[in-house]
Write a protein that binds this ligand. Structure first.
Ligand code: GPU
Length: 834
C-alpha cells in the first residue's frame, strides 16, 4: 500500500531515462571532470560530479514543471501569496525533490547501475542555510506546503553569498567559519537577469510645485542598487505545482554611479555609503536579537523594494496596468505576508511606489496596503522587537520617513483619538515613533496598524500577543489579532529523513499520510500491539545505531544505542535553557559518583546548537557543555551510564539524522518565552517523547497526545508572571537545595577545566548575581522529578513503545499543510490553481 495515489507527472520517467539524463550532464555540462577508471570512482571529486549531474538532470524535469505551473496559474488567474522573509533554511534539496516528485526509487536504480548509492550521493549537497533557526525553517516548510496544495506562491528573500556560519569546536570553544554554499554555483538556481530591479537609496526629498499649485515630494536618491533575482524551484509533493523562491543578489548599478560621479561634490557627501556588493554578502547570525546597524537596515529595504517592484510587474504582466481604478483587482489578486517585522519596509515601499510612481491618492494607497499586507509575530522577547532610529531612516530612506509620519499622524488623530480622546499617554504608547533621546521607529506598530490580520504562531503565544504585547491594538481592532499554530512538512521531516519508519507506516495506513498526516491516527489502536511495538522500536534502534556511527565520526565519542538518546537541538539561547539541561546532567553525575550502582537506564544527552557570535554567555554555555562532556565521557567510575555529546555544526541536514534516532525531546524553555517551537513537532512525529514546559506548541502537543504520553514540568506562564510580581530570588533555591548549591559551586572549581578554575563561573553568576532571568533554579526540582519519572517509564519497554507510537500517530495537527490552510481560510483567501 505504498505511495497511494501518487499522480506526479514526472512519475513516468524511468530509471533508464534518468540514467541517460545523468550521463548527458556528466559528459557535456560537466566537461571532463569525471574520471572513468573504476579505481577513481569514489574519489570526492567524482562523487561531487555525480551529485551535480543528478541534481542538474532532476532540475531540468523540475523546470519543465515550473513553466507548466506558471501557465496554469496564469490560466486560472488565481490570487498569489507573496511570502517576504529575510530567512529561508532550505537544507539540502536533492532527496526532498526526488521524494516530492516520486522519483527517488527510479533515480536510486539509475545510479546503482552507474555504481553509486543515492543516499550516499545526497550527502554531497551543501545545505542551503540562508537562515538562523525556527523562523527560517518555518518559511521553508511553508513553501513546501504551498506547492503541495497547488497554491500560487512566491517566496522572496536575499541571495546571501554566505549563509549561517559553519561551527566547529576548538578545545571546547565555538569557532565560526564562513559558509560557502555556492562557491562554484548551485545546480538548483536559475538566474533571471530579465527581472532585475533598480533600487534607489540615500539622498534627499524635494518639494516640487505642481501646475495646480500643490506640492509633491520628490525623492532625489543618492545611490542606486541593482537587484538580480535567482530562482530556486519549490517542488510540491504529489502535486502539479512547482513554485519559486526568488532570492535577490545586490550589485552596484555602475551606470548610476558614473552619473553621480559627474556631480563631484555630491559624491563626496556620500563617501560613507555602503558598498553595493556587501548588501547581500552575509546573513546576520543573530537569532531573536535586533542587530540594529545600517547594513542590516539596507538589506531589509533592498529585498523589500526589489520584491514589491517584482510583485507589481508580475501583476501587470498578467492583469494589465495598475491604476487607482484597477486597485481593487490588485487586492483580489495579491497577498503579501510579512515574516516577522524584518520586511516591514515593504509597507512603506508599496505606499511610496503607489503615491510617487502610480499617482494614487493617499486614501487609495492606504486602503490597498491594508488589504494586501498581513504580519506574523514570532516572539515576545523585547530584545527581538525591532526598532530603527529615526536618524537612520532619514539618512537612508528620507522619502519613506515622510510617508511613515503621515501614517502615524492619521492613526493617532483619527483612530487613537476616537477611542481614547485627548489621551497623551495612550498616544505615546501607540505611536509608531518612540520618543526619547534617540527617536525610534517601532516596526511592529507599523505592521499591526497597516495589516488586516496579525497572527501569533501557537495558541498560547497568540493569546499573549493580545493580552501582553498589543492589548490596546486588540481593543481597537478585536478581529485583527489571531492565531495560526505552526507546522512542519511531513515530507522532509518523516518521509525523506526516516525511510524505515515511513515504510512501516505506509504498510499500516491506507491513506497517503505524507499528505494527510491525520491519517496516522489510525495507528493508535496498534500502540498496544506487541508485534507492531516490536517493529516500531526495532526501527528506532536501527536509527540509533546509525546515529551512533555518526557521533563517532563527528566527535570520536562511543555511545551505546541501548542508552536513552535524549536530544536538545535548537539555537543556543538562555530562554531555551540548555543550561537547565546541563545543570541536571551535573546533578546526575554527582548522584552517580555518590552511588555508582544507582539503578538507572544509561543516558546519552545529545546537544546541537549554534550561538550567535556576539552572544557571550551562549558561547560560554557551549564551552561548559563541552568541558563537562569531556570529563563525564572519560570517567570510568560511572560505567558508561552517562554520556554527553555536543554535535558540531547543527543544521537542517544534521537534524535529519538526529531526529529519527531520538527517544527524548527536550523542550524546556521558560513558560511564555518560546513562541511556538517546531523542533518539538519534528521529534514527536518521529516517535520521541517530549519532556517540556507548558510553553508554545508544547501545550498543543500535550493536548494531542494526552498527559500520559508527555512529561510536563515547571512553572506555568501565570506562575512565572506571579513570581515576577512577587519578586524572584534565585538565592533561595541555591541556599535551600543542596544539589543545586553543590552543582553551581562545582562550576567555580577546576574540576572540569584542570588548572583553570573559574572558567565556567559565568553560568553560576548568571543564576545568582545575574538574577536568573529565565528561572532555571525555580524549575530545577520539577525538571529533575520529571526526568526521574521519564527514566522509570523508559525501563518499561511496552509502556515506552506505546508512548512513542502514540506520539507519531497523533501529530496530524502539526502538518504545515494545516497551517497553510488556516492562513488561506482566515488571512490570504486563496484558491488552488489546479
Ligand atoms: N524565531 Br523573532 C526565530 O527562529 N527567529 C527569530 O528571529 C524570531 C523567532 C522562532 C521562535 O523562537 C520559535 O518559537 C518559532 O517556532 C519560530 O520562530 C517559528 O515561528
Amino acid at each position: 500500500m505504498i505511495n497511494k495515489n501518487i499522480k506526479s507527472s514526472a512519475a513516468i520517467i524511468s530509471a533508464t531515462d534518468l540514467k541517460k539524463r545523468i550521463q548527458h550532464h556528466l559528459n557535456s555540462t560537466l566537461g571532463d571532470r569525471v574520471i572513468c577508471e573504476d579505481a577513481y570512482k569514489n574519489t570526492p571529486q567524482n562523487k561531487q560530479a555525480y551529485w551535480q549531474a543528478t541534481s542538474l538532470a532532476l532540475n531540468e524535469i523540475i523546470i519543465d514543471k515550473l513553466q507548466a505551473s506558471k501557465v496554469q496559474q496564469a490560466k486560472s488567474a488565481t490570487k498569489s501569496i507573496n511570502y517576504l522573509s529575510l530567512e529561508y533554511l532550505m537544507g539540502r534539496l536533492l532527496s526532498n525533490n526526488l521524494h516530492n516528485l516520486n522519483l527517488y526509487k527510479s533515480t536510486e536504480k539509475a545510479l546503482k547501475s552507474l555504481g553509486f548509492d543515492l543516499a550516499d550521493l545526497c550527502e554531497e549537497g551543501a545545505d542551503l542555510a540562508l537562515g538562523n533557526g525556527g523562523l527560517g525553517r518555518l518559511a521553508a516548510c511553508f513553501l513546501d506546503s504551498l506547492a503541495t496544495l497547488d497554491y500560487n506562491a512566491m517566496g522572496y528573500g536575499i541571495h546571501y553569498q554566505h549563509g549561517l556560519f559553519k561551527q566547529s569546536f576548538k578545545d571546547g570553544h565555538q569557532i565560526e567559519q564562513p559558509d560557502m554554499w555556492r562557491e562554484f554555483g548551485s545546480p538548483w538556481e536559475i538566474c533571471r537577469p530579465e527581472a532585475t530591479q533598480l533600487i534607489p537609496v540615500y539622498g534627499y526629498v524635494e518639494q516640487q510645485a505642481q501646475t495646480d499649485g500643490s506640492l509633491t515630494s520628490v525623492w532625489r536618491a543618492g545611490k542606486m542598487l541593482k537587484g538580480v533575482p535567482w530562482d530556486i524551484p519549490i517542488v510540491g509533493y504529489n502535486s502539479s505545482t512547482v513554485n519559486a523562491l526568488r532570492l535577490w543578489e545586490c550589485r552596484a548599478d555602475s551606470a548610476f554611479d558614473w552619473d553621480t560621479l559627474n556631480q563631484g561634490d555630491y559624491l563626496q557627501a556620500h563617501h560613507d555609503q555602503v558598498n553595493a556588493e556587501t548588501v547581500s554578502k552575509v546573513l546576520y547570525p543573530n537569532d531573536e536579537h535586533d542587530a540594529g546597524n545600517e547594513l542590516r537596515f539596507i538589506q531589509q529595504y533592498f529585498f523589500c523594494a526589489c520584491s514589491i517592484k517584482d510583485i507589481i510587474s508580475r501583476y501587470q504582466l498578467q492583469f494589465g496596468p495598475l491604476t487607482q481604478a484597477t486597485s481593487r483587482n490588485f487586492a483580489d489578486k495579491v497577498a503579501i505576508q510579512l515574516n516577522d517585522t524584518h520586511p516591514t519596509i515593504a509597507i512603506l515601499e508599496l505606499m511610496r511606489v503607489l503615491l510617487d510612481e502610480y499617482d494614487f491618492s493617499w486614501q487609495n494607497a492606504w486602503q490597498l496596503a491594508g488589504k494586501v499586507f498581513s504580519y506574523t509575530n514570532h516572539t515576545l522577547l523585547p530584545e527581538a522587537l525591532e526598532k530603527w532610529s529615526v536618524s537612520l531612516f532619514e539618512h537612508v530612506l528620507p522619502r519613506h520617513l515622510t510617508i511613515l509620519y503621515r501614517i502615524n499622524e492619521a492613526f493617532l488623530n483619527d483612530e487613537v483619538n476616537a477611542m481614547w480622546p485627548n489621551n497623551e499617554a495612550m498616544r505615546a504608547r501607540l505611536s509608531i515613533i518612540e520618543e526619547g533621546e534617540q527617536r525610534k521607529v517601532r516596526m511592529a506598530h507599523l505592521c499591526v496598524i497597516t495589516s488586516h490580520k496579525v497572527n501569533g504562531v501557537a495558541q498560547i503565544h497568540s493569546d499573549l500577543v493580545k493580552k501582553d504585547l498589543f492589548p490596546e491594538f486588540n481593543q481597537l481592532w478585536p478581529e485583527k489579532l489571531t492565531n495560526v499554530t505552526n507546522g512542519i512538512t511531513p515530507r522532509r521531516w518523516l518521509k525523506s529523513c526516516n525511510p524505515l519508519l515511513s515504510e512501516l507506516l505506509s504498510k499500516h495506513v491506507d491513506d497517503d499520510w505524507a499528505k494527510n498526516l491525520n491519517s496516522l491516527s489510525s495507528l493508535s489502536p496498534l500502540a498496544d500491539n506487541a508485534s507492531f511495538q516490536k517493529k516500531f522500536m526495532a526501527i528506532k534502534h536501527q536509527n540509533k545505531v546509525a546515529l551512533t556511527t555518526e557521533i563517532k565520526t563527528l566527535t570520536g565519542i562511543d555511545v551505546s544505542p541501548e542508552a536513552i538518546f535524549d536530544v536538545q537541538i535548537k539555537r543556543l539561547h538562555e530562554y531555551k535553557r540548555q543550561h537547565l539541561n546541563l545543570l541536571h546532567i551535573l546533578a546526575l553525575y554527582r548522584r552517580l559518583l555518590a552511588d555508582p550502582d544507582l539503578p538507572m537506564q544509561p543516558r546519552v544527552f545529545i546537544f546541537g546548537a549554534k550561538a550567535a557570535p556576539g552572544y557571550q554567555l551562549a558561547k560560554e554555555i557551549i564551552y561548559a557543555t563541552n568541558k563537562i562532556a569531556e570529563k563525564i565521557n572519560n570517567d570510568t567510575r560511572i560505567q558508561d551510564k552517562l554520556k554527553v555529546v555536543f554535535l558540531p555544526n547543527y543544521r537542517v541536514s544534521l537534524a535529519e539524522k538526529i531526529i529519527p534516532a531520538a527517544d527524548v525531546s527536550e523542550q524546556i524553555s521558560t513558560a511564555g518565552k518560546e513562541a511556538s517551537g517546531t523542533g518539538n513537532m519534528k521529534l514527536a512525529l518521529n516517535g520521541a517523547v517530549t519532556i517540556g514546559t507548558l510553553d508554545g506548541a508544547n501545550i498543543e502537543i500535550a493536548e494531542e497526545v494526552g498527559d500520559d504520553n508527555i512529561f510536563i514540568f515547571g512553572l506555568t506562564v501565570d506562575e512565572v508572571k506571579a513570581l515576577d510580581i512577587k519578586g524572584y530570588n534565585p538565592y533561595h533555591f541555591y541556599e535551600t537545595n543542596n544539589e543545586i548549591k553543590a552543582c553551581l559551586d562545582w562550576l567555580d572549581t577546576d574540576y572540569f577545566t584542570p588548572g583553570r578554575a573559574g572558567e565556567l563561573s559565568s553560568i553560576k553568576q548568571s543564576f545568582l548575581e545575574g538574577g536568573d532571568p529565565y528561572k532555571v533554579l525555580a524549575d530545577f526540582e520539577s525538571y529533575s522529578d520529571a526526568q526521574q519519572a521519564l527514566g522509570v517509564a523508559y525501563q518499561d519497554k511496552k509502556r515506552w513503545a506505546k508512548m512513542a507510537i502514540l506520539n507519531t500517530a497523533l501529530m496530524g495537527k502539526f502538518n504545515s499543510d494545516r497551517s497553510i490552510e488556516d492562513y488561506v481560510k482566515n488571512i490570504w483567501f486563496l484558491t488552488p490553481s489546479v
